[in-house]
Design a protein. Structure first.
Lengths: 309, 281
Protein backbone atom coordinates (compact mmCIF):
# COMPACT_ATOMS: atom_id res chain seq x y z
CA UNK A 1 0.00 0.00 0.00
CA UNK A 2 1.17 3.48 -0.85
CA UNK A 3 0.47 6.78 0.88
CA UNK A 4 -2.68 8.87 1.12
CA UNK A 5 -2.94 11.40 -1.70
CA UNK A 6 -3.05 14.16 0.93
CA UNK A 7 0.45 13.06 2.00
CA UNK A 8 1.71 13.34 -1.56
CA UNK A 9 0.12 16.78 -1.81
CA UNK A 10 1.91 17.85 1.38
CA UNK A 11 5.27 16.88 -0.11
CA UNK A 12 4.61 18.38 -3.52
CA UNK A 13 3.31 21.71 -2.27
CA UNK A 14 6.59 22.27 -0.42
CA UNK A 15 8.53 21.63 -3.64
CA UNK A 16 6.45 24.04 -5.71
CA UNK A 17 6.61 26.54 -2.85
CA UNK A 18 9.88 27.96 -4.14
CA UNK A 19 7.65 29.81 -6.60
CA UNK A 20 6.96 33.02 -4.69
CA UNK A 21 3.46 33.31 -6.13
CA UNK A 22 2.38 30.20 -4.23
CA UNK A 23 0.37 30.91 -1.06
CA UNK A 24 -1.22 28.20 1.09
CA UNK A 25 -4.31 28.74 3.23
CA UNK A 26 -6.08 26.44 5.62
CA UNK A 27 -8.77 26.61 8.28
CA UNK A 28 -7.18 25.14 11.41
CA UNK A 29 -6.34 21.94 9.51
CA UNK A 30 -2.63 22.28 8.76
CA UNK A 31 -2.06 18.79 10.13
CA UNK A 32 -4.96 17.02 8.41
CA UNK A 33 -4.39 18.76 5.08
CA UNK A 34 -0.64 18.08 5.29
CA UNK A 35 0.21 21.75 4.84
CA UNK A 36 2.34 21.87 7.98
CA UNK A 37 5.65 21.39 6.16
CA UNK A 38 4.82 24.26 3.82
CA UNK A 39 3.93 26.37 6.87
CA UNK A 40 7.31 25.66 8.43
CA UNK A 41 9.30 26.37 5.31
CA UNK A 42 7.33 29.37 4.02
CA UNK A 43 5.64 30.92 7.08
CA UNK A 44 5.15 34.28 5.38
CA UNK A 45 3.15 32.62 2.62
CA UNK A 46 1.05 30.40 4.86
CA UNK A 47 -2.24 31.69 6.25
CA UNK A 48 -4.35 29.89 8.82
CA UNK A 49 -7.73 31.64 8.67
CA UNK A 50 -9.26 29.69 11.54
CA UNK A 51 -12.48 27.75 11.18
CA UNK A 52 -13.92 30.10 8.59
CA UNK A 53 -13.85 28.45 5.19
CA UNK A 54 -16.00 31.01 3.41
CA UNK A 55 -13.58 33.72 4.44
CA UNK A 56 -10.72 31.45 3.36
CA UNK A 57 -12.19 31.04 -0.13
CA UNK A 58 -12.84 34.78 -0.45
CA UNK A 59 -9.32 35.64 0.69
CA UNK A 60 -7.92 33.10 -1.76
CA UNK A 61 -9.89 34.82 -4.49
CA UNK A 62 -8.46 38.25 -3.61
CA UNK A 63 -4.94 36.83 -3.53
CA UNK A 64 -5.47 35.26 -6.96
CA UNK A 65 -6.85 38.49 -8.40
CA UNK A 66 -3.62 40.13 -7.21
CA UNK A 67 -1.36 37.67 -9.01
CA UNK A 68 -0.80 35.03 -6.33
CA UNK A 69 -1.42 31.30 -6.78
CA UNK A 70 -3.37 30.40 -3.66
CA UNK A 71 -4.04 26.83 -2.53
CA UNK A 72 -6.96 26.82 -0.08
CA UNK A 73 -6.97 23.53 1.77
CA UNK A 74 -9.56 21.95 4.03
CA UNK A 75 -11.72 18.85 4.12
CA UNK A 76 -13.47 18.52 0.76
CA UNK A 77 -16.91 18.83 2.37
CA UNK A 78 -15.98 22.10 4.09
CA UNK A 79 -14.74 23.82 0.94
CA UNK A 80 -17.24 22.38 -1.53
CA UNK A 81 -19.92 23.00 1.09
CA UNK A 82 -19.19 26.73 0.99
CA UNK A 83 -20.69 26.62 -2.46
CA UNK A 84 -22.13 30.11 -2.63
CA UNK A 85 -18.77 31.74 -1.89
CA UNK A 86 -17.06 29.37 -4.27
CA UNK A 87 -19.46 30.08 -7.12
CA UNK A 88 -19.40 33.89 -6.93
CA UNK A 89 -16.02 34.80 -5.43
CA UNK A 90 -14.01 32.13 -7.27
CA UNK A 91 -15.78 30.52 -10.25
CA UNK A 92 -17.70 33.53 -11.57
CA UNK A 93 -14.76 35.86 -11.43
CA UNK A 94 -12.33 33.30 -12.82
CA UNK A 95 -10.09 33.62 -9.79
CA UNK A 96 -7.01 31.46 -10.24
CA UNK A 97 -7.49 29.51 -7.01
CA UNK A 98 -6.65 25.88 -6.25
CA UNK A 99 -9.30 24.57 -3.89
CA UNK A 100 -7.81 21.56 -2.14
CA UNK A 101 -10.29 19.14 -0.59
CA UNK A 102 -8.80 16.34 1.49
CA UNK A 103 -10.92 13.71 3.25
CA UNK A 104 -13.09 13.04 0.21
CA UNK A 105 -15.69 10.29 0.23
CA UNK A 106 -16.55 7.48 2.62
CA UNK A 107 -12.83 6.66 2.67
CA UNK A 108 -12.71 9.13 5.59
CA UNK A 109 -13.91 6.20 7.69
CA UNK A 110 -14.48 6.43 11.43
CA UNK A 111 -15.35 10.14 11.62
CA UNK A 112 -18.62 9.46 9.83
CA UNK A 113 -20.81 11.33 7.39
CA UNK A 114 -20.42 14.95 8.53
CA UNK A 115 -16.73 14.86 7.56
CA UNK A 116 -17.22 13.10 4.20
CA UNK A 117 -17.64 14.90 0.88
CA UNK A 118 -20.06 12.82 -1.20
CA UNK A 119 -21.71 15.58 -3.25
CA UNK A 120 -18.73 17.82 -3.99
CA UNK A 121 -18.15 16.68 -7.57
CA UNK A 122 -21.86 16.96 -8.36
CA UNK A 123 -21.97 20.58 -7.24
CA UNK A 124 -18.68 21.84 -8.59
CA UNK A 125 -19.13 20.11 -11.93
CA UNK A 126 -22.01 22.47 -12.70
CA UNK A 127 -19.84 25.58 -12.34
CA UNK A 128 -18.36 26.96 -15.55
CA UNK A 129 -14.60 27.64 -15.35
CA UNK A 130 -13.96 25.17 -12.53
CA UNK A 131 -11.78 22.14 -13.30
CA UNK A 132 -11.81 19.05 -11.10
CA UNK A 133 -8.75 16.84 -10.58
CA UNK A 134 -9.06 13.67 -8.51
CA UNK A 135 -5.71 11.80 -8.56
CA UNK A 136 -5.53 8.11 -7.76
CA UNK A 137 -2.11 7.73 -6.11
CA UNK A 138 0.98 9.52 -4.85
CA UNK A 139 2.87 9.95 -8.08
CA UNK A 140 -0.20 11.21 -9.90
CA UNK A 141 -0.92 13.67 -7.09
CA UNK A 142 2.63 15.03 -7.16
CA UNK A 143 2.64 15.44 -10.92
CA UNK A 144 -0.82 17.07 -10.80
CA UNK A 145 0.31 19.59 -8.17
CA UNK A 146 3.36 20.47 -10.25
CA UNK A 147 1.18 20.88 -13.33
CA UNK A 148 -1.41 23.00 -11.54
CA UNK A 149 1.04 25.72 -10.51
CA UNK A 150 0.95 27.16 -14.01
CA UNK A 151 -2.58 26.10 -14.95
CA UNK A 152 -4.87 29.08 -15.50
CA UNK A 153 -8.33 28.98 -13.91
CA UNK A 154 -9.99 27.71 -10.74
CA UNK A 155 -9.34 24.05 -9.91
CA UNK A 156 -10.75 21.71 -7.29
CA UNK A 157 -8.15 19.13 -6.24
CA UNK A 158 -9.83 16.18 -4.50
CA UNK A 159 -7.67 14.12 -2.16
CA UNK A 160 -7.96 11.13 0.14
CA UNK A 161 -7.48 10.80 3.87
CA UNK A 162 -6.85 7.07 3.56
CA UNK A 163 -3.82 5.38 2.06
CA UNK A 164 -4.15 4.17 -1.50
CA UNK A 165 -2.11 1.76 -3.64
CA UNK A 166 0.56 3.09 -5.95
CA UNK A 167 -0.99 2.12 -9.27
CA UNK A 168 1.11 4.32 -11.55
CA UNK A 169 4.80 3.67 -12.25
CA UNK A 170 7.62 6.03 -11.26
CA UNK A 171 8.22 8.39 -14.16
CA UNK A 172 4.47 8.68 -14.77
CA UNK A 173 3.45 11.71 -16.84
CA UNK A 174 0.28 13.56 -15.83
CA UNK A 175 -1.77 14.84 -18.75
CA UNK A 176 -4.50 17.24 -17.60
CA UNK A 177 -7.89 16.44 -19.16
CA UNK A 178 -6.92 12.96 -20.37
CA UNK A 179 -8.22 9.70 -18.92
CA UNK A 180 -5.40 7.17 -19.26
CA UNK A 181 -6.13 3.50 -19.80
CA UNK A 182 -4.56 1.50 -16.97
CA UNK A 183 -5.30 -1.87 -18.45
CA UNK A 184 -6.55 -3.11 -21.81
CA UNK A 185 -9.80 -5.08 -22.07
CA UNK A 186 -12.70 -5.64 -24.45
CA UNK A 187 -15.60 -7.16 -22.50
CA UNK A 188 -16.24 -4.36 -20.07
CA UNK A 189 -14.79 -0.90 -19.48
CA UNK A 190 -14.47 0.08 -15.81
CA UNK A 191 -13.98 3.75 -15.04
CA UNK A 192 -12.53 4.75 -11.68
CA UNK A 193 -11.54 8.09 -10.24
CA UNK A 194 -9.27 8.90 -7.29
CA UNK A 195 -9.28 6.15 -4.68
CA UNK A 196 -11.55 3.86 -6.71
CA UNK A 197 -9.03 3.38 -9.52
CA UNK A 198 -7.30 0.75 -7.38
CA UNK A 199 -10.67 -0.90 -6.72
CA UNK A 200 -11.33 -1.01 -10.47
CA UNK A 201 -7.92 -2.66 -10.94
CA UNK A 202 -8.72 -5.26 -8.28
CA UNK A 203 -12.09 -5.92 -9.89
CA UNK A 204 -10.40 -6.37 -13.28
CA UNK A 205 -8.01 -8.95 -11.73
CA UNK A 206 -10.92 -10.84 -10.28
CA UNK A 207 -12.91 -10.73 -13.52
CA UNK A 208 -9.89 -11.98 -15.46
CA UNK A 209 -10.01 -15.18 -13.39
CA UNK A 210 -13.45 -15.79 -14.92
CA UNK A 211 -12.18 -15.03 -18.40
CA UNK A 212 -13.78 -11.58 -18.49
CA UNK A 213 -11.51 -9.03 -20.10
CA UNK A 214 -11.91 -5.66 -18.31
CA UNK A 215 -10.47 -2.37 -19.45
CA UNK A 216 -9.65 0.06 -16.63
CA UNK A 217 -9.74 3.80 -17.21
CA UNK A 218 -8.37 6.31 -14.71
CA UNK A 219 -10.42 9.51 -14.75
CA UNK A 220 -8.04 11.78 -12.85
CA UNK A 221 -9.53 14.87 -14.49
CA UNK A 222 -13.29 14.87 -14.01
CA UNK A 223 -13.62 18.24 -15.68
CA UNK A 224 -12.78 18.94 -18.45
CA UNK A 225 -13.80 15.38 -19.17
CA UNK A 226 -12.13 13.04 -21.67
CA UNK A 227 -15.20 12.12 -23.70
CA UNK A 228 -13.13 10.20 -26.23
CA UNK A 229 -12.13 7.67 -23.59
CA UNK A 230 -15.82 6.89 -23.03
CA UNK A 231 -16.65 6.70 -26.73
CA UNK A 232 -13.68 4.40 -27.37
CA UNK A 233 -14.67 2.10 -24.50
CA UNK A 234 -18.30 2.10 -25.66
CA UNK A 235 -17.17 1.06 -29.14
CA UNK A 236 -14.79 -1.66 -27.90
CA UNK A 237 -16.65 -3.15 -24.91
CA UNK A 238 -20.05 -4.76 -24.31
CA UNK A 239 -20.75 -2.66 -21.23
CA UNK A 240 -19.37 0.15 -19.10
CA UNK A 241 -19.12 0.41 -15.32
CA UNK A 242 -18.25 3.50 -13.27
CA UNK A 243 -17.10 3.36 -9.66
CA UNK A 244 -16.59 6.40 -7.45
CA UNK A 245 -16.25 7.28 -3.79
CA UNK A 246 -19.00 9.89 -4.17
CA UNK A 247 -22.73 9.90 -4.64
CA UNK A 248 -23.87 7.80 -7.60
CA UNK A 249 -25.79 10.92 -8.60
CA UNK A 250 -23.93 13.81 -10.22
CA UNK A 251 -20.37 12.54 -10.33
CA UNK A 252 -18.33 10.27 -12.58
CA UNK A 253 -21.25 7.97 -13.42
CA UNK A 254 -23.49 10.86 -14.39
CA UNK A 255 -20.73 12.36 -16.52
CA UNK A 256 -20.26 9.11 -18.43
CA UNK A 257 -24.05 8.74 -18.81
CA UNK A 258 -24.25 12.25 -20.26
CA UNK A 259 -21.50 11.49 -22.77
CA UNK A 260 -23.26 8.31 -23.87
CA UNK A 261 -26.73 9.88 -24.02
CA UNK A 262 -25.69 12.96 -25.93
CA UNK A 263 -22.95 11.51 -28.13
CA UNK A 264 -22.69 8.65 -30.58
CA UNK A 265 -21.58 6.05 -28.05
CA UNK A 266 -23.97 3.27 -27.12
CA UNK A 267 -23.26 0.88 -24.24
CA UNK A 268 -25.18 -0.36 -21.20
CA UNK A 269 -23.90 1.48 -18.13
CA UNK A 270 -23.70 0.47 -14.48
CA UNK A 271 -23.09 3.30 -12.01
CA UNK A 272 -21.51 2.39 -8.66
CA UNK A 273 -21.28 5.00 -5.91
CA UNK A 274 -22.95 5.88 -2.64
CA UNK A 275 -26.75 5.87 -2.50
CA UNK A 276 -27.16 6.94 1.12
CA UNK A 277 -25.37 9.20 3.60
CA UNK A 278 -22.05 7.91 4.87
CA UNK A 279 -21.43 6.47 8.35
CA UNK A 280 -18.67 5.43 10.74
CA UNK A 281 -16.54 2.37 10.07
CA UNK A 282 -13.15 1.63 8.60
CA UNK A 283 -12.57 2.78 5.03
CA UNK A 284 -12.32 -0.86 3.91
CA UNK A 285 -15.58 -1.82 5.63
CA UNK A 286 -17.37 1.14 4.13
CA UNK A 287 -16.09 0.46 0.60
CA UNK A 288 -17.37 -3.08 1.00
CA UNK A 289 -20.74 -2.09 2.43
CA UNK A 290 -21.38 0.67 -0.10
CA UNK A 291 -20.43 -1.52 -3.04
CA UNK A 292 -17.27 0.20 -4.26
CA UNK A 293 -14.57 -2.22 -3.08
CA UNK A 294 -12.75 -4.32 -5.68
CA UNK A 295 -14.65 -7.53 -4.84
CA UNK A 296 -18.03 -5.74 -4.80
CA UNK A 297 -17.28 -4.02 -8.12
CA UNK A 298 -16.33 -7.40 -9.63
CA UNK A 299 -19.50 -8.99 -8.27
CA UNK A 300 -21.77 -6.19 -9.55
CA UNK A 301 -20.04 -6.27 -12.92
CA UNK A 302 -20.53 -10.03 -13.24
CA UNK A 303 -24.23 -9.71 -12.44
CA UNK A 304 -24.60 -6.84 -14.87
CA UNK A 305 -22.92 -8.74 -17.68
CA UNK A 306 -25.03 -11.85 -16.96
CA UNK A 307 -28.20 -9.79 -17.14
CA UNK A 308 -27.12 -8.46 -20.51
CA UNK A 309 -26.32 -11.83 -22.07
CA UNK B 1 2.05 60.20 11.29
CA UNK B 2 1.87 62.79 8.55
CA UNK B 3 0.03 65.99 9.28
CA UNK B 4 -2.68 66.17 6.66
CA UNK B 5 -3.45 69.35 4.85
CA UNK B 6 -7.15 69.91 5.41
CA UNK B 7 -9.13 69.80 2.16
CA UNK B 8 -9.89 73.22 0.83
CA UNK B 9 -13.44 74.46 0.48
CA UNK B 10 -12.91 74.33 -3.28
CA UNK B 11 -12.10 70.66 -3.25
CA UNK B 12 -15.10 69.90 -1.07
CA UNK B 13 -17.57 71.85 -3.15
CA UNK B 14 -16.21 70.26 -6.31
CA UNK B 15 -16.70 66.77 -4.83
CA UNK B 16 -20.20 67.67 -3.65
CA UNK B 17 -21.03 68.83 -7.15
CA UNK B 18 -19.63 65.60 -8.62
CA UNK B 19 -21.76 63.57 -6.20
CA UNK B 20 -24.82 65.45 -7.44
CA UNK B 21 -23.88 64.69 -11.06
CA UNK B 22 -23.35 61.01 -10.22
CA UNK B 23 -26.81 60.86 -8.63
CA UNK B 24 -28.32 62.31 -11.81
CA UNK B 25 -26.48 59.83 -14.03
CA UNK B 26 -27.49 57.04 -11.66
CA UNK B 27 -31.22 57.82 -11.80
CA UNK B 28 -31.09 58.24 -15.59
CA UNK B 29 -29.31 54.90 -15.91
CA UNK B 30 -31.64 52.94 -13.63
CA UNK B 31 -34.69 54.52 -15.22
CA UNK B 32 -33.44 53.58 -18.69
CA UNK B 33 -32.70 50.04 -17.49
CA UNK B 34 -36.18 49.72 -16.06
CA UNK B 35 -34.86 47.93 -12.97
CA UNK B 36 -32.20 48.40 -10.33
CA UNK B 37 -31.57 49.62 -6.80
CA UNK B 38 -31.75 53.42 -6.55
CA UNK B 39 -31.91 53.73 -2.74
CA UNK B 40 -28.51 52.27 -1.92
CA UNK B 41 -26.83 53.97 -4.86
CA UNK B 42 -28.00 57.41 -3.77
CA UNK B 43 -26.85 56.87 -0.17
CA UNK B 44 -23.38 55.90 -1.40
CA UNK B 45 -22.98 58.75 -3.90
CA UNK B 46 -20.99 61.17 -1.72
CA UNK B 47 -18.52 58.51 -0.58
CA UNK B 48 -18.13 57.18 -4.15
CA UNK B 49 -17.45 60.72 -5.39
CA UNK B 50 -14.78 61.24 -2.71
CA UNK B 51 -13.19 57.87 -3.43
CA UNK B 52 -13.08 58.04 -7.22
CA UNK B 53 -12.38 61.78 -7.61
CA UNK B 54 -10.16 62.41 -4.62
CA UNK B 55 -8.72 59.35 -2.92
CA UNK B 56 -8.20 56.38 -5.24
CA UNK B 57 -5.05 56.32 -7.35
CA UNK B 58 -6.33 55.04 -10.68
CA UNK B 59 -5.43 55.16 -14.33
CA UNK B 60 -8.68 54.96 -16.30
CA UNK B 61 -6.68 54.48 -19.52
CA UNK B 62 -4.77 51.60 -17.91
CA UNK B 63 -7.34 49.85 -15.69
CA UNK B 64 -4.98 47.03 -14.70
CA UNK B 65 -2.12 49.39 -13.73
CA UNK B 66 -0.36 47.30 -11.06
CA UNK B 67 0.09 50.23 -8.65
CA UNK B 68 -3.59 51.24 -8.62
CA UNK B 69 -5.67 51.31 -5.47
CA UNK B 70 -8.34 48.60 -5.41
CA UNK B 71 -12.01 49.28 -4.76
CA UNK B 72 -14.35 46.36 -4.04
CA UNK B 73 -18.06 47.11 -3.94
CA UNK B 74 -19.28 44.35 -1.68
CA UNK B 75 -22.86 45.65 -1.85
CA UNK B 76 -22.81 44.81 -5.54
CA UNK B 77 -26.41 45.81 -6.29
CA UNK B 78 -25.36 49.46 -5.92
CA UNK B 79 -22.89 49.30 -8.81
CA UNK B 80 -24.66 51.91 -11.02
CA UNK B 81 -23.29 54.77 -8.91
CA UNK B 82 -19.79 53.32 -9.48
CA UNK B 83 -20.45 52.89 -13.20
CA UNK B 84 -21.38 56.59 -13.26
CA UNK B 85 -18.07 57.50 -11.60
CA UNK B 86 -16.10 55.25 -13.93
CA UNK B 87 -17.77 56.69 -17.02
CA UNK B 88 -17.09 60.23 -15.83
CA UNK B 89 -13.44 59.33 -15.26
CA UNK B 90 -13.11 57.84 -18.73
CA UNK B 91 -12.91 54.11 -17.98
CA UNK B 92 -15.44 53.62 -20.78
CA UNK B 93 -17.66 55.57 -23.15
CA UNK B 94 -20.48 57.20 -21.15
CA UNK B 95 -22.80 56.09 -23.95
CA UNK B 96 -22.52 52.59 -22.47
CA UNK B 97 -24.45 53.72 -19.40
CA UNK B 98 -27.62 53.35 -21.47
CA UNK B 99 -26.93 49.62 -21.80
CA UNK B 100 -27.01 48.92 -18.05
CA UNK B 101 -28.64 45.52 -17.36
CA UNK B 102 -29.24 44.91 -21.09
CA UNK B 103 -28.27 41.73 -22.90
CA UNK B 104 -24.62 41.80 -23.95
CA UNK B 105 -23.70 44.85 -21.86
CA UNK B 106 -20.48 44.89 -19.86
CA UNK B 107 -22.53 46.85 -17.32
CA UNK B 108 -24.11 43.85 -15.63
CA UNK B 109 -26.81 44.30 -13.00
CA UNK B 110 -24.17 43.35 -10.45
CA UNK B 111 -20.49 43.97 -11.22
CA UNK B 112 -18.61 41.42 -13.33
CA UNK B 113 -14.86 41.92 -13.46
CA UNK B 114 -14.51 39.64 -16.48
CA UNK B 115 -16.74 41.90 -18.58
CA UNK B 116 -15.72 45.39 -17.51
CA UNK B 117 -12.08 46.40 -17.08
CA UNK B 118 -11.73 48.50 -13.95
CA UNK B 119 -14.10 46.38 -11.89
CA UNK B 120 -11.90 44.71 -9.27
CA UNK B 121 -14.29 42.03 -8.02
CA UNK B 122 -17.51 40.40 -9.12
CA UNK B 123 -19.94 40.74 -6.25
CA UNK B 124 -23.62 40.66 -5.48
CA UNK B 125 -23.91 37.68 -3.17
CA UNK B 126 -23.82 39.71 0.02
CA UNK B 127 -21.20 39.14 2.69
CA UNK B 128 -18.38 38.06 0.39
CA UNK B 129 -16.62 41.23 -0.75
CA UNK B 130 -14.66 42.02 2.38
CA UNK B 131 -12.96 38.60 2.24
CA UNK B 132 -11.88 39.25 -1.35
CA UNK B 133 -10.61 42.71 -0.37
CA UNK B 134 -8.64 41.13 2.49
CA UNK B 135 -7.02 38.72 0.02
CA UNK B 136 -5.95 41.71 -2.08
CA UNK B 137 -4.61 43.52 0.99
CA UNK B 138 -2.62 40.42 1.99
CA UNK B 139 -1.15 40.25 -1.52
CA UNK B 140 -0.23 43.92 -1.23
CA UNK B 141 1.54 43.24 2.07
CA UNK B 142 3.39 40.24 0.62
CA UNK B 143 4.60 42.39 -2.26
CA UNK B 144 5.33 45.37 0.03
CA UNK B 145 3.20 47.39 -2.37
CA UNK B 146 2.06 50.94 -1.72
CA UNK B 147 -1.43 50.52 -3.18
CA UNK B 148 -4.37 50.33 -0.84
CA UNK B 149 -7.64 48.41 -0.80
CA UNK B 150 -11.09 49.92 -0.20
CA UNK B 151 -14.24 47.91 0.31
CA UNK B 152 -17.78 49.25 0.63
CA UNK B 153 -20.31 47.17 2.55
CA UNK B 154 -24.02 47.63 3.08
CA UNK B 155 -25.55 47.68 6.55
CA UNK B 156 -28.01 44.87 5.82
CA UNK B 157 -25.06 43.00 4.37
CA UNK B 158 -23.22 42.73 7.68
CA UNK B 159 -25.99 40.49 8.93
CA UNK B 160 -24.18 37.80 6.93
CA UNK B 161 -21.80 35.55 8.81
CA UNK B 162 -18.95 35.69 6.31
CA UNK B 163 -18.62 39.44 6.91
CA UNK B 164 -17.82 38.69 10.56
CA UNK B 165 -15.31 35.99 9.65
CA UNK B 166 -13.61 38.70 7.61
CA UNK B 167 -14.00 41.31 10.35
CA UNK B 168 -12.22 39.00 12.80
CA UNK B 169 -9.40 38.25 10.37
CA UNK B 170 -8.19 41.63 9.08
CA UNK B 171 -6.97 43.23 12.37
CA UNK B 172 -5.33 39.95 13.41
CA UNK B 173 -3.18 40.26 10.29
CA UNK B 174 -2.46 43.98 10.69
CA UNK B 175 -3.98 44.97 7.36
CA UNK B 176 -3.61 48.72 7.67
CA UNK B 177 -3.64 48.94 3.87
CA UNK B 178 -7.34 48.09 4.01
CA UNK B 179 -10.17 50.55 4.52
CA UNK B 180 -13.70 49.20 4.78
CA UNK B 181 -16.65 51.55 4.48
CA UNK B 182 -20.03 50.69 5.88
CA UNK B 183 -22.73 52.57 3.98
CA UNK B 184 -25.06 52.67 6.97
CA UNK B 185 -28.18 53.85 5.16
CA UNK B 186 -30.54 52.31 7.72
CA UNK B 187 -32.83 50.47 5.35
CA UNK B 188 -32.60 47.04 3.72
CA UNK B 189 -34.79 45.44 1.09
CA UNK B 190 -38.05 45.22 2.94
CA UNK B 191 -37.73 47.06 6.27
CA UNK B 192 -35.43 49.20 8.39
CA UNK B 193 -32.28 47.31 9.33
CA UNK B 194 -33.02 47.90 13.02
CA UNK B 195 -36.40 46.24 12.58
CA UNK B 196 -35.17 43.14 10.75
CA UNK B 197 -31.95 42.39 12.62
CA UNK B 198 -30.30 45.36 14.29
CA UNK B 199 -26.57 45.50 13.60
CA UNK B 200 -25.84 47.93 16.46
CA UNK B 201 -23.91 48.92 18.36
CA UNK B 202 -21.94 48.75 15.14
CA UNK B 203 -19.04 50.99 16.16
CA UNK B 204 -18.51 49.08 19.42
CA UNK B 205 -18.66 45.74 17.65
CA UNK B 206 -15.93 46.55 15.13
CA UNK B 207 -13.82 48.29 17.77
CA UNK B 208 -14.07 45.14 19.87
CA UNK B 209 -12.69 43.31 16.85
CA UNK B 210 -9.71 45.74 16.92
CA UNK B 211 -10.61 47.84 13.90
CA UNK B 212 -9.81 51.53 13.81
CA UNK B 213 -13.41 52.76 13.55
CA UNK B 214 -14.36 56.23 12.34
CA UNK B 215 -17.98 57.27 12.78
CA UNK B 216 -19.06 59.98 10.34
CA UNK B 217 -21.95 61.68 8.61
CA UNK B 218 -21.68 60.10 5.18
CA UNK B 219 -23.28 63.06 3.46
CA UNK B 220 -20.84 65.62 4.90
CA UNK B 221 -18.04 65.88 2.35
CA UNK B 222 -15.53 67.32 4.82
CA UNK B 223 -16.08 64.42 7.22
CA UNK B 224 -15.81 61.91 4.37
CA UNK B 225 -12.54 63.30 3.06
CA UNK B 226 -11.07 63.65 6.55
CA UNK B 227 -11.99 60.05 7.38
CA UNK B 228 -10.45 58.70 4.17
CA UNK B 229 -7.25 60.67 4.91
CA UNK B 230 -7.16 59.44 8.49
CA UNK B 231 -7.67 55.83 7.39
CA UNK B 232 -4.64 56.16 5.15
CA UNK B 233 -2.40 57.23 8.02
CA UNK B 234 -3.65 54.60 10.49
CA UNK B 235 -0.96 52.08 11.24
CA UNK B 236 -1.10 48.45 12.35
CA UNK B 237 -4.79 47.77 11.89
CA UNK B 238 -7.48 48.25 9.22
CA UNK B 239 -9.98 51.09 9.35
CA UNK B 240 -13.75 50.87 9.16
CA UNK B 241 -15.55 54.07 8.28
CA UNK B 242 -19.12 53.86 9.55
CA UNK B 243 -20.67 56.22 7.07
CA UNK B 244 -24.06 57.21 8.43
CA UNK B 245 -26.24 57.89 5.42
CA UNK B 246 -29.84 58.10 4.27
CA UNK B 247 -31.06 55.54 1.78
CA UNK B 248 -32.36 57.36 -1.28
CA UNK B 249 -30.49 60.57 -0.33
CA UNK B 250 -31.18 63.46 -2.68
CA UNK B 251 -34.65 62.43 -3.84
CA UNK B 252 -36.87 63.41 -0.91
CA UNK B 253 -39.65 60.90 -1.51
CA UNK B 254 -37.21 58.00 -1.90
CA UNK B 255 -35.43 58.72 1.38
CA UNK B 256 -35.64 55.90 3.94
CA UNK B 257 -38.44 54.24 1.96
CA UNK B 258 -37.82 50.49 1.57
CA UNK B 259 -39.97 50.66 -1.57
CA UNK B 260 -37.03 52.32 -3.35
CA UNK B 261 -34.51 49.64 -2.47
CA UNK B 262 -35.04 47.69 -5.63
CA UNK B 263 -37.25 49.34 -8.21
CA UNK B 264 -36.71 51.76 -11.03
CA UNK B 265 -38.65 55.01 -11.18
CA UNK B 266 -41.21 55.27 -13.98
CA UNK B 267 -40.82 58.12 -16.51
CA UNK B 268 -42.86 60.59 -14.47
CA UNK B 269 -41.05 59.71 -11.25
CA UNK B 270 -37.74 59.97 -13.11
CA UNK B 271 -38.64 63.47 -14.28
CA UNK B 272 -39.49 64.54 -10.73
CA UNK B 273 -36.37 62.90 -9.27
CA UNK B 274 -34.08 64.58 -11.80
CA UNK B 275 -35.81 67.91 -11.26
CA UNK B 276 -35.06 67.66 -7.56
CA UNK B 277 -31.46 66.56 -8.08
CA UNK B 278 -30.89 69.38 -10.57
CA UNK B 279 -32.29 71.86 -8.09
CA UNK B 280 -35.04 72.91 -10.50
CA UNK B 281 -37.79 72.45 -8.00
Amino acid sequence: MGAATRDAFGEAIVRVGDDERVVVLTGDLRDSTRTEKFAEKFPERFIDVGIAERNMLGIASGLALSGKIPWAASFACFVAGRFETLRVSIAYQEANVRIVGTHSGIGVGEDGYSQMALEDIAGLRALPNVSIVNPCDSVETERAVEYLVDHVGPVFLRLTRQKVDDVNPEGYRFEFGKAPQMREGTDVGIFGTGATVQEAMKAADSLAEDGVSARVINVHTLKPFDEEAVLRAAADCRALVTVEDHSAIGGLGSTVAEVLAVGDGRAPLLILGTRTFGESGSAEELYEKHGISGPRVAESTRQFLEKLS
Amino acid sequence: MDAKTPPTADVLSRLTEIARELRIMDIEMISEAGSGHPGGTLSAADMVAALFFHKLRLRPEEPDWPERDRFVLSKGHCIPIVYAAMAKLGFFDPGLLKTLRKLGSPLQGHPDRTRLPGIEASTGSLGQGLSVAIGMALAGKLDRASWRVYCMLGDGEVQAGQAWEAAMFAPRHGLDNLCAILDHNQVQQTRKVAEILDIGPIVDKWRAFNWNVLDIDGHDMRQIVDALDEAESASGTPTLIVSRTVKGKGVSWMELEPEWHGKAPDPEQTRRALEELRGER
